[in-house]
Unconditional design. Structure first.
Lengths: 248, 248
DNA sequence: ATAAAGTATGACGTAACGGGAGAGTCAACA
DNA sequence: TGTTGACTCTCCCGTTACGTCATACTTTAT
């Protein structure tokens, strides 16, 4: 039942070193036999590996993959369905590339003219909608950006920021038993949205996604609920309504 | 006509830094204005960039790409046609991956059973036929490895090696009118396989592929048939059988 | 029982850029 | 005509995802 490393490597088509690496960074850590120290992979480990390779195929860095699959809100089935969509999208791009190559061949045979833009159609691998969707769903670049910005700030600036945050949290906490759709709640959440956009840049979708994280990820929930029990949930709802109302 | 770096980056969907990098390693070096030192890209540069990105998409390291496109024997049109084939192959693999995902979804819903091998179908990105073809066409790693190892050897060692080769060739030549599946032929070819793995490292698939080359590439055929007419063909058949028999 | 094959843990190497610093260049607008 | 903001240049260090030894122990096959 439990497989040794080479066998797993062969089945999955990766190197032994890769599996060592995944263990090192704690992305995929199998059990080890007490006596020999050998890594033993279960079938569940194999499933996880499959997931990892899917995400890798889609261009996610290992760090992000780790976050995603170890997140408490990670839903395997949902992920698979998104995978399918993204793969189909990828195939569409591939088709476009094939068309591009065919045009290039014809062009080289003098049959047609080809513009420079056409030359690179299908290559745009980073800016597509489903990957965007995935980034929003599972925590994304904007968060990294904020963190980076925070890193560059002076202590004083951080204090200002933290004061601002606290005041908004407190304001929201006071409203947390009213309706998320109320004018007051919406006004307060707008403050929050504007505030966030000082340190990062959030689309409305990202904002809504962030709200979802507040309840999905217990690290957030715990932090936020310090200002009042149920605040995370209230903010999540309020943010969702705000986002939906403000879409053109 | 001549474009500045940002414009090129935008058209091709790569970063400015990437173009800087390609200039550094002399993969793609545009002209520079004498006065400002700015890089100026011509339309020909753009074409080359397109080729580079194609090869990159197929997983070639930049070093190899440089060799390929700067080789005097490099034929743009031929390369494009192979590109198309490889892209189509890639789409096939992608289709397989999509099937795999769909199966996994059904599996997770308890509708079907799924074997471990099935789990990873479509992922095997390094061992496919067209990429193999490309590697053979434009020089491949195993050959480089052998060359490197050969380079490190003393004259004496080389002589030993050459003696070993000759003795195996002679042995095989003597058997070339018997059946490739016979015990003797298989034993002799195993010697050959082991021998090759002293200087390189050949998987069974690579071994089989090598055998195919013996008949496909006349430089090999000529060389081998010096030991007896038809030896190349005989070895090819014997190697294929050996490879197939030894896959567990 | 002894060799061959597999595995483990470091530690260093590599490829393909990313990203910032510091300084010069260009284009447009006031 | 000056200046401002977007581009560009050349270092140069950092990062990701492993590759590649070296060295030592364990398992498997003969």
């Amino acid at each position: 039942m439990a497989k040794k490393i080479k066998e797993v490597a062969n089945i999955a088509g990766v190197s032994v070193r890769t599996l060592h690496h995944y263990d090192e960074i704690e992305l995929l850590s199998p059990k080890k036999t007490a006596d020999s120290g050998y890594r033993l992979y279960t079938d569940e480990n194999l499933e996880t590996l499959q997931q990892i390779l899917f995400f890798k195929e889609l261009g996610f860095p290992l760090k992000k993959i780790k976050e995603i699959i170890s997140s408490p809100s990670f839903d395997r089935r949902e992920a698979l369905k998104l995978h399918r969509k993204m793969l189909i999208e990828k195939r569409r791009r591939l088709d476009q590339m094939i068309t591009t190559v065919e045009k290039t061949i014809q062009h080289s045979e003098g049959e047609i003219y080809m513009s420079n833009k056409e030359r690179f159609e299908g290559f745009d691998f980073s800016h597509n909608s489903y990957e965007q969707e995935a980034r929003e769903r599972w925590g994304d670049k904007t968060v990294d950006e904020s963190n980076a910005k925070m890193g560059n700030m002076s202590k004083e600036e951080k204090n200002d920021l933290s004061a601002g945050m606290n005041s908004i949290y407190t304001k929201l906490a006071a409203l947390r038993h009213t309706s998320p759709a109320s004018e007051k709640a919406q006004a307060a959440i707008k403050e929050w949205y504007d505030f966030l956009n000082k340190i990062g840049s959030y689309s409305l979708d990202a904002f809504k996604g962030l709200g979802q994280m507040y309840v999905d990820d217990e690290r957030f929930t715990k932090n936020i609920d310090q200002f009042g029990e149920g605040l995370a949930k209230f903010m999540c709802d309020t943010m969702a309504i705000y986002a939906d109302n403000n879409k053109k």
